[in-house]
Ligand binder design. Structure first.
Ligand code: AMP
Ligand code: ZN
Length: 112
């Protein structure tokens, strides 16, 4: 098993989990882009949102992102992002939701 997020989800790589249920785990991003930056990750290997077909898992991921927002104290607002494949800037090929917040985030897309 070479997938880093499969290894974290299975416990092969010990990581402090901020949320865990039968479908999903959540943990801190190692290179946080904001004061709070948590990754919500399915236990099952799904490469990206493109490949996601399991409705129960889809619901579990979204509800976990909502729960992480609450547990991280992000009531002022935050953002949930998933990068998909090459043009989406996806670096880790295991589906994950970024839960990002803790300060005002500004425009969603930079006009470069
Ligand atoms: P993406 O570009 O959407 O694939 O984002 C991948 C994210 O995973 C990046 O924000 C990385 O900082 C994060 N990341 C990579 N490896 C780890 C790890 N071992 N533990 C926590 N976060 C990680
Ligand atoms: Zn994986």
């Amino acid at each position: 098993m070479t997938c880093i997020f499969c290894q974290i989800a299975s416990g092969k790589i010990a990581t402090d989990l901020l949320y865990s249920d039968e479908h999903v785990v959540a943990f801190q991003d190692i290179r946080p882009q904001a004061p709070k930056h948590v990754l919500v990750v399915p236990r099952a290997h799904v490469a990206s949102l493109w490949e996601l077909e399991d409705r129960e898992l889809a619901g579990a991921l979204l509800l976990a992102a909502a729960e992480v927002g609450r547990s991280q104290g992000l009531g002022a607002g935050y953002r949930v992002i998933t990068n998909i494949r090459k043009h989406g800037g996806q670096e880790v090929p295991h589906l994950h939701l970024h839960v990002v917040g803790g300060h005002p985030l500004g425009p969603m897309l930079q006009q470069d």
